[in-house]
Each structure stands twice: as C-alpha cells, then as structure tokens.
Design a protein around this ligand. Structure first.
Ligand code: BTN
Length: 221
C-alpha cells in the first residue's frame, strides 16, 4: 500500500482531520486540542508523543479485525520493548498502558487513530495505570515502522486469514486463561479469559457459560 503522510503542528484530533482525506493518507499532529479515546473519553495530547490516524478503505472482510491487526502492528514495531496486548486494543508495558487505538467509520473509509506515549504519560484520574517509552523513538520513526508492519500483517491476513492473526495476537496478549473483570456499560463481569472468537469477540468463561463480549474495558485482577 502506498501511503501519503500529512504532518500538522496542532489539530483538534487527527481522527477528525483524517476524515477529509482519501484512503492511503496518514495524518499526524504534534499535539491535539481535542484528542479522544474510546467511549468519548479525553485523550490528553501533550507534545512529544505520537498522535496519528491511518485512513483505510473500508473492507467488510477486514474491518472487524483491524484492531487486532493494529495492536499487533504496534507491538511488532516496538521490538526493543517487552509490550503486551490487552483486549480489545490497548498496548501495555509492564502492565501499564502505553498506547491506545480508536477505530472510527467514515462512510466508505475507516479511520484508525493511534496514540502512543513516547515521552510522557498522563497519570491523573486515569481509568488504567499508564507508562511511556522513555523517549527512545520519534513519532515519525514509529510511523515508518508501523507502515512496514501493517504491510506484512495484511499479507498474512490475506493469505492465512484471522486464525493466524489471532494466534499471534494471543501470544502477546495479557490475561489469557486468567481471571479478569470486564466492565460493560451497565454491569461488571468476572470470569476467565477463555480466548477470542472467530469474529474477534472476547470469550469470557463465567461458571459453565462462555459469554461472547464485543465491547468493554478489561481489567486484570
Ligand atoms: C483509547 O485507548 O481510548 C484510544 C485512544 C486513541 C487516541 C488516538 S491519538 C490519535 C487519534 N486521534 C484521536 O483523537 N484519538 C486517536
């Protein structure tokens, strides 16, 4: 895939600006004034970290797996760190969140927004403990690695399908086979992380039942 990179000093949100561009565009900003996370949460965006959005053509065969492909692409772009993945799409370093992914549909496009704490991490009133990568990578350096990893992973996905991607994702996942708590909008579930379904849902074993969860916040307990 051929990408065109657009770099901005400050944007409200790279995900918002990315909507104006065609598939194949990468939108980066040094800072965001209205960075957002999942469930409309604020994504604090001080200078120095990576704020980027990749614009993909929507592809019904692939869209539901993009968060796994992106999490893996990120993990494989950071070989010098011992990162782990947390369902649905967080990247952890020593159990603390260093990166988040926000997927948004925009007509026939899908925007994949990625925030990585390269040099600093917000730590007040956070849902989950956070960490940063200690300034060892530049934003553009990491974007270049991501382009390479996406390319490689899309080729695997085309040839081998989600099974192979899921296996690689699970190898790097945290909490598999362990007791986790899943926060849903109206309830909290506690169970064993049993795996990932063919559709990408989290499988949670509670007693004899296995529940399939498509959205929620996971906490390791
Ligand atoms: C999350 O973990 O809740 C997802 C965070 C995603 C943050 C990135 S930063 C670049 C892009 N622009 C945004 O406004 N959000 C995403």
């Amino acid at each position: 895939m051929k990408w065109e990179i657009k770099q901005f000093n400050s944007l409200v949100s790279t995900n918002t600006t990315a909507r104006e561009y065609p598939a194949g565009t990468i939108v980066m900003a040094e800072t965001q004034t209205g960075g957002r996370g999942r469930y409309g949460r604020i994504w604090q965006s001080p200078r120095g970290n990576l704020y980027v959005s990749f614009v993909f053509e929507s592809n019904p065969m692939r869209d539901q797996y993009l968060s796994f492909l992106t999490g893996l692409a990120l993990a494989e772009s950071l070989p010098e760190f011992n990162v782990r993945l947390k369902w649905p799409n967080d990247v952890l370093l020593e159990g603390k969140k260093v990166a988040g992914i926000l997927l948004e549909n925009a007509g026939d496009k899908i925007i994949v927004g990625i925030g990585v704490n390269l040099v600093n991490n917000p730590d007040k009133n956070m849902l989950y403990p956070t960490a940063n990568l200690g300034g060892r990578l530049s934003p553009i350096g990491l974007v270049k690695r991501l382009m390479i990893q996406y390319e490689a992973l899309f080729a695997v996905f085309e040839k081998k399908g989600f099974n192979k991607i899921r296996a690689r994702w699970l190898d790097l996942a945290t909490g598999v086979g362990e007791t986790i708590s899943v926060h849903l909008p109206t309830e909290e579930l506690i169970g064993t992380f049993h795996g990932i379904s063919d559709e990408g849902a989290l499988l949670l074993k509670t007693g004899k039942k296995v529940r399939s969860i498509t959205a929620g916040d996971v906490f390791l307990i």
